[in-house]
Design a protein around this ligand. Structure first.
Ligand code: UT7
Length: 435
């Protein structure tokens, strides 16, 4: 089977008179390849900081234990009830679009990875779609726990290489503080809240997301899970009183698994991308525990410390948001430059693991804030909010309206006519409509 990037390709946006948006026109051309480039990035974190010393007041722990066993010093928590997974994701999404200077109407797809989504359904991605006014975008959530962001990058790349999308917004967003048991010292010291976003675009420039490696082992499902609230254990007074809506984890088992798969997945993705460890410029691992990174990426792969980006001391484990937040901070710190080879590698509940290799191809200096553009962007978001309210109002009117809003009013007592069904006949074993 042909490698994805050997597939017949489509004229890249803006070339040969073709439109940058697929709904207008894109001309297939065999000679040009498509690449999935990261062109925008942004993150959002709650203001409230909870330090290890604060946790000493809540559970039987010490700053020394948390630092030495995990590397974490503090984490952010969405203390304001109005701050949710979606609001963090929306902020991160807006920043990513701003960096890329892409209008939300250009988005074809929004993928949001989360283990603490806004609702079981609808998807957090749909909430983001509405808030940013991405009127042409499909939207869905992806569940792969802490590996989710890398899974979502893989989905985005697939859509772009297949020619199904020109712009895909990928989000990793969590408010784990809402599903953490604040009386369980085994878990509450580890997790934090935050969101990160990247905008992936189809491009003729070689590079971008080169390869992805995804894996799972469902036999380890119960090692890291939220047991209640799904179909296996629906919400009830009992599930709430027994604390089954909180994260449960066998830390030691997850630790052992993580050390193994982080190294294996990194090797596998480098192999797929045709890169070797020496050609790597930066590894951005899932920010769960500094000891996991030391035992896998540093010791097993012998990647030097300066090539591994760590910010878990500030945010704790933000699950699927940890890699995109770390990417944004690595960019801010000047550690990502055009021409660099990066690997993102994560692991988590499922059990799952995922890695992706990226050849960074776009400048990383943020555009200077342009007053006019920023005002226009804000106006666009106000318009999106107004449009959403208008649609809700129209739906409300249809709900309270006494007549069928789609057709003619049905007078009381008149029987509703069923539409006449065309008969279907079988011919040569195939059902078809009789025309
Ligand atoms: O995104 C994926 C999410 N999950 C992970 O990344 C988890 C991976 N696992 C880990 O990071 C580590 O296993 C932990 C940080 C969770 C725990 O570290 P550990 O070195 O494996 O500690 P442990 O579970 O073996 O516990 C050692 C001791 C125990 O006491 P005893 O039995 O030796 O008396 C625990 O009860 O430390 C105790 N302990 C604590 N003590 C103070 C556990 N949590 C705490 C705590 N403060 N917060």
């Amino acid at each position: 089977m042909a490698e994805p990037n050997e597939l017949p390709l489509v004229t890249p946006p803006g070339q040969n008179g073709a439109s940058a948006h697929p709904r207008e026109s894109v001309t297939p051309r065999e000679s040009e390849r498509r690449y999935a480039q990261i062109i925008g990035w942004g993150y959002a974190i709650p203001e409230k900081v909870i330090t290890n010393h604060d946790l000493e007041q809540i559970v039987d722990t010490t700053d020394e234990w948390i630092r030495s066993r995990t590397g974490i010093e503090e984490r952010r928590v969405a203390a304001d009830p109005k701050e949710t997974t979606a609001t963090l994701a929306i902020d991160a999404a807006r920043r990513a679009l701003e960096v890329a200077d892409v209008h939300p109407s250009k988005l074809d797809l929004i993928i949001c990875s989360s283990s603490s989504p806004e609702y079981i359904f609808p998807s957090t991605a749909s909430v983001v779609q509405d808030a940013i006014g991405a009127e042409n975008a499909g939207a869905f959530d992806l569940s792969a726990a802490c590996s989710g962001f890398v899974y979502a990058l893989s989905m985005a790349r697939g859509h772009i290489l297949a020619g199904d999308a020109e712009y895909v917004l990928v989000l990793g967003a969590e408010t784990l503080s809402r599903i953490v048991d604040w009386t369980d010292r085994n878990t509450c010291v580890l997790f934090g809240d935050g969101a990160g976003a990247v905008l992936i675009a189809a491009s003729p420039v070689p590079g971008g997301i080169l390869a992805c490696e995804l894996g799972s082992d469902g036999s380890g499902a119960e090692l890291l899970m939220v047991p209640a609230g799904g179909s296996a254990m629906p919400a009830s007074l009992e599930t709430v009183s027994s604390g089954n809506h909180f994260i449960k984890m066998d830390g030691k088992a997850v630790f052992r698994f993580a050390v193994r798969v982080m190294a294996d997945a990194t090797r596998a993705v480098l192999d797929k991308a045709g890169l070797d460890i020496d050609s790597l410029d930066l590894v951005i691992p899932h920010q769960a525990n500094i000891r996991i990174v030391q035992n896998s990426v540093l010791k097993q792969l012998r990647i030097p410390e300066e090539k591994v980006f760590i910010n878990l001391q500030k945010y704790g484990n933000t699950s699927t948001a940890s890699i995109p937040i770390a990417l944004c901070e690595a960019i801010e710190a000047g550690k990502v430059k055009p021409g660099n080879n990066l690997v993102f590698v994560g692991f988590g509940g499922g059990l799952t693991w995922a890695a992706c290799a990226v050849h960074w191809s776009v400048p990383t200096d943020r555009p200077t804030t342009d007053w006019w553009k920023s005002t226009r962007r804000q106006a666009g978001y106000q318009a999106a909010a107004a449009r959403s309210m208008w649609r809700r109002a129209v739906r409300w009117v249809y709900q309270v309206w006494p007549d069928d809003p789609e057709g003619k009013p049905i007078p009381d007592g008149e029987p509703v006519k069923e539409p006449v069904k065309e008969p279907e006949i079988q011919q040569n074993g195939v059902l078809r409509r009789d025309e």
